[in-house]
Design a protein around this ligand. Sequence first.
Ligand code: UN1
Length: 511
Amino acid sequence: MTVGLDTAQFTQETIELMERMGVTRASLEGGTLAATSPISGETLAMVKEDSVEETSVAIGRAHDAFKQWRKLPSPRRGELVRLLGEELRTYKNDLGKLVSLEAGKITSEGLGEVQEMIDICDFAVGLSRQLYGLTIATERPGHRMMETWHSSGVVGVISAFNFPVAVWSWNAALAFVCGDSVVWKPSEKTPLTALAVQALYKRAAAKFGEEAPAGLMEVIQGGRDVGETLVDDKRVPVISATGSTRMGRQVGPRVAERFGKSILELGGNNAAIVTPSADLDLTLRGVAFSAMGTCGQRCTTLRRLITHDSVYDALIPRLIKAYSSVKIGVPTEDDTLIGPLIDKDAFDNMQKALEAAKAAGGKVHGGQRVLSKEFPEAYYVQPAIVEMPGQVGPVLEETFAPILYVVRYTDFDEAIEIQNGVGAGLSSSIFTKDIGEAETFVSVVGSDCGIANVNIGPSGAEIGGAFGGEKETGGGREAGSDAWKAYMRRATNTINYSGALPLAQGVKFDV
Ligand code: UN1
């Protein structure tokens, strides 16, 4: 671990790699939004914030762009996304590094996030030739009935700090091939990665040519008022919001009030069940990545380990040992596995949750702040394992930090009940060699989550599947499978080529 990061050099490096991606120096200076790095807590740049008026003008530009863009055949629209994927391939190292510097992810996870963007671009390019509608049997002779998918309009994307660029791409790559334009409100904690993505998008659009209208991809930076302006604007038929359940509770009703559609991807309180037949070596590795990776700051992070009595003593002490030996530190250094928490609030919330766990009878291992001498303005923590007497207190809530609560079970049905006994319904998993248990877990009477895995942890999903969850997770689906349908509007068309006018349901109306 490096003691005493050379912060001047660190800022310089950030600016240089942003300039390589096409961000102008002027856009990094003189603004009112401080971009800070969780690695050291230092300010890397001062980014301009948009006013409510500027936000509204940006939405207007995106709306105008949509009216042009929707007329282009979707395979041609796919070409823009292909070019975007090319830029991402070219600048994978730079953008991945910037994700590490701004969000605190370790190198492989920063790169992995950009890979996820490349993957969704590839997916969307293929999709651009597959926006299939149905032909439906009609009861009327000489008629044909079909379903057509049309572009929706402006898609508003609200994203969180923890996947500062991939979440944008799951939405934007689909929206573009679907013929929609995008207005993106990134997290205030990660404005720089958004600027970099905007610059890379611009390069792709310039290569694509004039058919990509100005305003097809707008970025609005700022706080709550900027987000609210986007959420309330009638020219934005689809809002895709990723963040806390608290945020979703506000966004969902506001969008519904004006009959917009929302795609909500909110909190997770994800569990893994460890059964008597589990391969404990594999379980240990799966649990370690899912629970400690990204410093516990994924919406898919493993937060509850529901462990059978018979394997508890063979697994939990080993896990506690593994927890105490992981390398915590500067995320861009080799071998670091755990980077910093995003900020002081995240640290305070973690400590509050640990206090509440103790008060509820929990036995806490780890969880303390580390490296505070070297980085007084940054928040590095020892990931925590908490042995709980049951699923009570803070175990029922998502705390965005590396805390893994362990509870015991004896009976399989009870384990499923514990798994499903929380508000959120994002991701889940089971470690077992018993086919009956595995199949039950993924069946209708098993996990109630949008993602249910066997012999892997709940995090680290691929883009090919639909991503999202049920209950307080909000019900939205992004990325793969048929998630594209949420970005389009469906029209049912009946065409009469018979020369007669038979009415459906045998209705007679002769005039
Ligand atoms: C998130 O934390 O908002 O499944 C997204 C995963 C990642 C995405 C997480 N592919 O862990």
